[in-house]
Design a protein around this ligand. Sequence first.
Ligand SMILES: Cc1ncc(COP(=O)(O)O)c(C=O)c1O
Length: 387
Amino acid sequence: MSIKVEDYFSPETFQRMKAFADKQETPFVMIDKQTIADSYDQLVNCFPFAKIYYAVKANPATEITELLRDKGSNFDIASIYELDKVMKTGVGPERISYGNTIKKARDIRYFYEKGVRLFATDSEADLRNIAKAAPGAKVYVRILTEGSTSADWPLSRKFGCNPDMALDLLILAKQLGLVPYGVSFHVGSQQRDIDVWDAAIAKVKVIFERLKEEDGITLQMINMGGGFPANYIQRTNSLETYAEEIIRFLKEDFGDELPEIILEPGRSLIANAGILVSEVVLVARKSRTAVERWVYTDVGKFSGLIETMDESIKFPIWVEKKGEMEEVVIAGPTCDSADIMYEHYKYGLPLNLAAEDRLYWLSTGAYTTSYSAVEFNGFPPLKSYYL
Ligand SMILES: Cc1ncc(COP(=O)(O)O)c(C=O)c1O
């Protein structure tokens, strides 16, 4: 299977990025800021009523947070370190949500002292910490969702609670002097089944109604998390189709009286803007008669490609050489046998591929730099350039 660049980048953008890449030593990822700006505008057009909170974990580079700051984005923050980094660029606390449900009491206090008043939770212990460390704050409860088989990078199980427990927590929030503000969910990253949002929104609706009718609590917000698609090998519906369907689900359940809607995109905003460029270190066969070649390259699971774990995310790989293709195993440069990116899903690369040829890993703008190890096997973290 050969990758057509035109399916991922306009020829002009690719030429511009390639010309830059030709002057750099591999490995590195380069990110085209215009593509991010366009993705942001597209999301705003698709969901004009929603408030966007960029999930900083997808790529915390200041070049990106500043761009999104200037476009009016808010920020979903996972730690005190992300908080400091984003606030340093002049973003005010009213544009920040502490979206991580797993946090220390002293970190909640830190956010509160910085002025943040919006917190996610999914457990009683965390809620009680918020009540003590962030008195009077707005809280939203994250619920568990289905869809883990249709998401390429599922986020189920570890986060969220059963809707019954969400009810208990929102009632308790009120008793503890907090503002029971809303409900959140995340259907799993790179979620390919749009219907999963339908089921999640229906669960939220039940929580809204039960609290209103039985406890006199009026919730005000739904945080629909991320899960919107990037362009990888396995194609998805367009963002427009996602939006049309999700808006239909919202209207079916909430009519024209929509609560405040928050979106927390990470991957869908950033991934398509990135190209990771690596170099072939070696091409080898494991026996005299082996048909399969191993292509070892100078990036791997520990230098930005951790999402190839279980071959979950299948990045499109483009090479300049053309000609007869043959199946390959693609592996990284470290002395760790887990450092194999693709073995079961059969990538094809040209038979004449050789050491020093370059691999262009498309759609690698999200969850690459921030996942890169600092010194595994002595290799430095993945370099990144923002164009
Ligand atoms: C709380 C939260 N919001 C948003 C996101 C971003 O999701 P995505 O990259 O699928 O857009 C994540 C990803 O892990 C998350 O944990």
